[in-house]
Design a binder for this molecule. Structure first.
Ligand code: TRP
Length: 350
């Protein structure tokens, strides 16, 4: 069996450091590992429209932002096919057939969808497109016969749903589709990076994100005003590192080399944590170190992004080429799906 990756993001905003440690970084490592036959990275504009149908302009403008974020992080169009979901009409057709294999009750049980509906106050009038997006996500994954889907933790219910659909499709119509598995970051801090305000998740609407495109000054300002341990009032107070976003960010981003360069009094994060927990270490010192680390990690990404942003038409050319490649692959799978379902009535006419 081939090793194929499909993954993607909704273009509903620029990508932030939560996306970076939660999934982007992993994708680049997998891309460069040489272990995969094909890698597809999809900008999920059609999915973004399920909750932004009243604002297609927002989705449109964020397609280029996300493409820039991808390439700036190291997703290389020469090694990975980057494409735009809506260009691949075959995905919609697959979705329509898969919808027969899922019940309304099952869709309503999806914890990620549930949380999003609550957040968007959809309770009373759920758009059908939104409720069924996990089915369309199954189409995205299976159209490329992906067995590996590197995503953030919040996407696990989508993968569960995809596996169920694949099993019932293969059971009903014969072995056709590939069951995918999720690949999560192995560092716990990276699974769900909290916001700079300590809220569980980074979210644009909460204004608690550090973006990959943020300037050095913006990063510094955001880091220096981060929420820490509210009970760590005096420097001598013992502090909590477990729920403290500055320490969670350090777990996600810092390495022993960073300590060597910027804070040589400590060998590693464990020593810094121990000092904070026993008292005597001020938040300012921790934040200054975190800022140095974040600047070092984000600067090359930002510079590459600025370079790439000088030629937006080239970005659209790249997306068009990737989307044409993706379309051919999805068309092939759709033909196989129709054959398995025995609805390929006219397949032999051309
Ligand atoms: N749901 C993902 C997000 O919110 C985007 C996405 C759409 C996706 N289709 C996918 C991710 C298929 C992985 C695989 O960002």
């Amino acid at each position: 069996m081939k090793n194929i990756i499909l993954t993607g993001d909704r273009p509903s905003g620029k990508l932030h450091i939560g996306h970076y440690v939660g999934s982007l970084k992993r994708r680049v490592e997998l891309q460069n590992s040489g272990k995969f036959d094909k890698i597809y990275v999809m900008i999920a504009d059609a999915q973004a429209l399920t909750d932004n149908f009243d604002n297609p302009e927002k989705v449109r403008s964020n397609i280029t932002e996300v493409a820039l974020d991808y390439m700036a992080c190291g997703i290389d169009p020469k090694k990975s096919t980057i494409f735009v979901q809506s260009h691949v009409a075959e995905l919609t057709e697959l979705t329509f057939y898969y919808m027969n294999l899922v019940t309304l009750a099952r869709l309503e049980r999806n914890p990620t969808v549930k949380a999003e509906m609550k957040q968007k106050n959809f309770e009373l009038s759920i758009p059908m497109g939104f409720l069924t997006y996990p089915v369309s996500q199954t189409a995205d994954i299976t159209a490329f016969k992906a067995n590996t889907v590197p995503v953030g933790e919040d996407q696990l219910p989508m993968l569960e749903q995809a596996r169920e659909i694949v099993r019932s499709f293969n059971g009903l119509y014969g072995e056709t589709l590939v069951e995918p598995k999720a690949v999560l970051p192995d560092n716990k801090a990276c699974l769900r990076l909290p916001g700079t305000d300590g809220m569980v998740k980074m979210s644009k609407s909460l204004g608690n994100c550090i973006y990959l495109s943020d300037s050095a000054d913006e990063i510094k300002r955001k880091v220096m005003s981060m929420y820490t341990d509210p009970n760590h009032i005096k420097v001598t107070d013992p502090g909590d590192t477990e729920h403290n976003p500055t320490f969670i960010y350090l777990s996600a981003f810092s390495s022993p080399e960073h300590f060597e360069r910027y804070l040589p009094e400590y060998a590693n994060l464990d020593e810094l944590k121990a000092h904070y927990e026993r008292g005597g270490l001020g938040d300012m010192k921790v934040k200054k170190f975190l800022n140095a680390v974040m600047q070092e990690v984000l600067e090359p990404i930002r510079l590459r992004r600025e370079e790439l942003a000088k030629d937006i038409p080239a970005v659209w050319d790249m997306l068009y080429e990737g989307s044409e490649v993706a379309r051919k692959v999805a068309a092939q799978t759709l033909a196989e799906v129709k054959k398995s379902m025995r609805i390929d009535y006219f397949a032999d006419r051309n």
